[in-house]
Design a protein around this ligand. Structure first.
Ligand code: UDP
Ligand code: MG
Length: 311
């Protein structure tokens, strides 16, 4: 029989947290009054994660494992778990216990009340650097202004989805995945629960600055065309400025010819300015075209190397 709740856990080099995560998660799920399955997705870990996950699966048949052939990224790992989830409600949770499993029963309660998506809102974030807190907060607020999709601020991927919502979500097979935005895009009745985001239980973040930046740009570009519009605004502004200079130049030439200096400095800076603006705009175009290129290839999102406890 299919379980009622599926919990999807992406894992990338999480040997230090996987055992504790399993204990705490099952501790909570045993008492939530629903049948459940846990789907571990090993995203090409290079440490003992795979072996430890396989061991857990051998002991507990309610735990299933998908193992990728290499690292495909967090957002794709979540998607793979959902592709195989059998439950009527699907919960996505980080492995590092920053999202406390104890919040899951609250989410299930809201789901039973009729909400089809229940996302966790971080009322507090412990143990993050000020840089991460500042950039994350700024990012969510800028993104909100830039898109017509109502993406809630201060939410991550810790959320519960009804099967119906998940199936609609899974129809979107784009490579540049910004899961939290895509779930908002799908719509349906969305509710929230507040929680305090803990420190990582052990180990280091698997989102170094470069990955974070790519994630943020993916989010911006797949939910907004404002960057493209900003480039035309740049073009417009520099055109107006150069026009004003032109009028001024003609004016000086005719009325004060003795003051008409060769003026290579102003010319030079104008050329540099316009060159700079052009390069920025081409760069923005390039970001979009690069993504079109990724999508057009229609490659599968991920490759599974191993499956455990799936019939
Ligand atoms: N993760 C993953 N693939 C990656 C990077 C991260 O599956 O390429 C997983 C990681 O194991 C964790 C979750 O995604 O379960 C969130 O990562 P992390 O806690 O390192 O991110 P942070 O909380 O620092 O933003
Ligand atoms: Mg984390």
């Amino acid at each position: 029989m299919d379980p009622e709740v599926s919990v999807v856990v992406p894992l990338y080099n999480e040997e230090l947290v996987i055992a504790e995560m399993y204990e705490r998660l099952t501790g909570v799920l045993e008492h939530c009054g629903s049948s459940y399955e846990i789907i571990l997705v090993n995203d090409g870990s290079r440490d003992k994660t795979l072996q430890m996950a396989t061991d857990i699966c051998q002991r507990d048949k309610r735990v299933k494992l998908l193992s990728f052939s290499r690292n495909f990224g967090h957002q794709i790992a979540i998607t793979a778990g959902m592709d195989k989830a059998a439950g009527n409600a699907i919960v996505v949770i980080d492995a590092d216990l920053q999202d406390p499993p104890e919040v899951i029963p609250e989410m299930i309660k809201k789901w039973r009340e009729g909400f089809q998506v229940v996302y966790g809102v971080r009322s507090e974030r412990k143990g993050e650097s000020w840089f991460k807190l500042f950039t994350a907060s700024a990012f969510y607020r800028v993104l909100k202004r830039m898109t017509s999709v109502d993406i809630p601020v201060d939410t991550g991927d810790f959320r519960l989805m009804d099967r119906r919502v998940m199936l609609e979500f899974l129809q979107m097979r784009e490579q540049a995945r910004f899961v939290r935005g895509m779930v908002s895009w799908v719509g349906f009745r969305q509710g929230e629960v507040l929680y305090s985001r803990d420190e990582r239980f052990a180990g280091e973040t698997k989102y170094p600055f470069k990955k974070m930046l790519k994630f943020a740009i993916d989010g911006m570009l797949s939910f907004s065309q404002i960057p493209l519009k900003i480039s035309s605004a740049f073009g417009m502004i520099s055109a107006v400025i150069s026009f004003i200079f032109m009028i001024y130049g003609i004016f000086v030439k005719f009325f004060y010819p003795e003051q008409a200096i060769p003026g290579w400095a102003s010319l030079f800076s104008a050329v540099l300015f316009i060159g700079g603006v052009q390069l920025i705009c081409i760069g923005v175009l390039g970001e979009y075209i690069g993504r079109i290129h990724e999508e057009i290839k229609k490659r599968p999102l991920y490759i599974i190397d191993e499956k455990v406890n799936f019939e």
